[in-house]
Ligand binder design. Sequence first.
Ligand code: ATP
Ligand code: MG
Length: 232
Amino acid sequence: MTNAIEINDLHVTIAGSHILQGVSLIVPSGGVTAILGRNGVGKTTTLRAILGLVASSGQIKVFDHEVSSWPTHRIVRLGIGYVPEDRDVFSGLTVEENLRLAESGAEVQYDEVFSLFPELKKRGRQRAGTLSGGQQQMLSIARALLNNRPLLLVDEPSKGLAPKIVGEFAGVLERAAEHSTVLLVEQNLSVVKRLAQRIVVLDHGEVVHRGEARDLDDPTLVRQLLGVTGAA
Ligand SMILES: Nc1ncnc2c1ncn2[C@@H]1O[C@H](COP(=O)(O)OP(=O)(O)OP(=O)(O)O)[C@@H](O)[C@H]1O
Ligand SMILES: [Mg+2]
């Protein structure tokens, strides 16, 4: 198998707005592919469409299965872990309980998760709502990694985190990418440059650039595509 995901001419309309306007992209198996783009261009919607969480038209293949008409539970069973943008931990439950609820299938790897996030082991009995933002993000990623899935969709893991903690997350995702394919939505260019091999840039619901992460070394291109200086 060469590609984990193949998307062809994907359209999504929500509440009368044409949000994805013919997105086509390929996520090869192995390593990290990053989706970049300004706020509100459709990055999260692309991940949600892959998971069948929003209605779409066009073609979406995951591990060679045409999944666009499948319900979410069937798509996820192909082996997808999802780290949503807003973390979404159960704040009234403990860290342990959040992890237990995420268990699915036979291959649950607590040892791996606790070696990546020793802090979560220490805080097993603490209610998730009382964790810091960074710790909640750890828990959210830990839930996705618990089941050793071959494909991870990760939406802006660095958002709102202190720079030192961002580095820790990048290390965790780097390790996860050794045995899973990662599709990462990320606006932090230094994280993308560290982790990703390939990039896809969205603008107004369309792909405006596909290439290699090293394309981000070109400040003119970065300014043109993302409207930032590239110094991030
Ligand atoms: N449920 C919804 N109802 C109405 N509009 C929506 C909905 N979900 C997304 N949108 C709109 O679709 C557009 C794309 O949203 P999306 O969340 O995919 O962007 P994004 O690239 O992930 O942005 P951000 O960088 O802010 O996370 C935005 O204009 C957003 O307001
Ligand atoms: Mg988003």
